[in-house]
Design a binder for this molecule. Sequence first.
Ligand code: GLN
Length: 483
Amino acid sequence: MHQMTLAEIARGLADKKFSSEELTKVLLARITQLDPQLNSFISLTEALALEQAKAADARRANGESGALLGAPIAHKDLFCTQGIRTSCGSKMLDNFKAPYDATVVAKLAAAGAVTLGKTNMDEFAMGSANESSWYGAVKNPWNLEHVPGGSSGGSAAAVAARLLPAATATDTGGSIRQPAAFTNLTGLKPTYGRVSRWGMIAYASSLDQGGPLARTAEDCAILLQGMAGFDQNDSTSIDEPVPDYSASLGDSLQGLRIGVPKEYFSAGLDPRIAELIQNSIKELQKLGAVIKEISLPNMQHAIPAYYVIAPAEASSNLSRFDGVRFGHRCEQPKDLIDLYKRSRGEGFGPEVQRRIMVGAYALSAGYYDAYYLKAQKIRRLVKNDFMAAFNEVDIILGPTTPNPAWKLGAKNSDPVAAYLEDVYTITANLAGLPGLSMPAGFVDGLPVGVQLLAPYFQEGRLLNVAHQYQLNTDWHTRTPTGF
Ligand code: GLN
C-alpha cells in the first residue's frame, strides 16, 4: 500500500479499494517504524491525520471526488499549521504553535488532503544538506551515511522512503530541486508568485517559493494544483488563472526546442553526471525534441550574488525573532540588550548566525552599494540571460547538481564548499523562473537529477516534459533498499 503514488491512491479511493483512514493508519505505522533511521519528521500529527482521513472518507461517501480528497501528505515545518508546532527547524521556534494555517496548508486541507506531520528541514531553510536543523540531520534513504539534500531534506527523505506519497517543500535557491535530485524524486519550484507565501516562514522573501515534492511528475501536477493560485494575503502573489496541470501531461514533445547551456558542462561537473544528462537528452530527442546549444554568460556570477541577496533578506526577516515579539527567550536577562543578545545567541544555530552577520554587513551604510546593490544588478543580468535564451528555446535542460549527495559532515567545516553546490539551481530563483528536477540515473548507487527550466508560468510544460520522460524511463520507479 505504501508504494502507491498520489494518482494511484486517488484511483484506489475512488474505486473504494481502501479508505483514507486505512491508508493513513498504514502510513503512520510505517513512519513510526522506519523514521528513527531517517529523522525526516519533526512532528507527527496522528490525531489530526485520522480526523482528516475520516472526514475525507465521509465526503467521498457523499459523492464528492478530487485527486487530493483523502490523500496523505506532510508539510515542511515552515508552513504555519494552526495549533501545531511550526519550528522552522530551529530552537528559536521549538515552542511556537502557529495561530493560523498558511494559505498552502488551508488550501490543501480544503481539497481533502490528510496531514501526517511536519517534516525536518535546515534551520530557517538555510542549507543544502539538512544538517543545520536543531532537530538533527536527516539521512538519505539511498545511503544512510549520506545527506538527503536540503533544505527540504525531511520532505524528500520521507517521500523517497515511501513513508508517504508526496509532501510540500520550499525553494529559495534549490531546496526543492536539489533534495529531489539527491533522493530520486521529482520536485517543482513554481514561478515566483504562483504559490502563496502567506504563513510560510520567510527566509529570503524575494526568492522563496513553495512547491511539491513527489515521486512522479503526475503527482507533482496533482499537488501543485492544490497549492497554486492567487492570494490576497500575499502581495507578491500573482493573479493569473491556474491551468489544469494534469490535462497537459499527455501533450506530445514533437518539435519541443530544448536549450542546453554550454556553461553547464564546466570542470566542476562530475563527468558521470554529465553522461547521464546526455542520456536524458537523447531520450527526449527520441520523443521528438530538438536540441540547441545556448549560452547563459552571467551564470558564473550567480552564486556570489545569491549569497549576498539571500542573507541580506534573511537578516531583515529574522530580526523579528528577538525573544520579545517572537521566539525563544533567554532566562533571567540583565537588561534589554542582554535579552536580545542571549535570546538570539541561544535560539539561532551557527549557519543562521553566519547568514545574519553576512546579510547585515552587506546592507550596512558603507557597503550597501558595493555588495547589495551590485548583487541586485547581477540578478538583473542573470534574468536577462534567461529572457534572451527563451526567445530561442522552450525549455532549458541541464544537471540539477554538480555532484551526487555527499557524506554527512563532509562539508561542515567549509560552508562555501556547500554554497558552490547550488550553482545550477539558484539562477531560477534569482530570475523567478519555474524549475523542475527529475530522476535521471545513479552514480555509485546515489540518485542523479536532471533539471528543466521554463519561462514564467510554464509549470505545465515542465510537468508535461517530465511526464513524457517518465513514461519512457524507469529511474523514478527505483526504490531504496530497506524501504
Ligand atoms: N542552499 C541554499 C541556501 O542555503 C538554498 C536553500 C533553499 O532553497 N532554501 O541558501
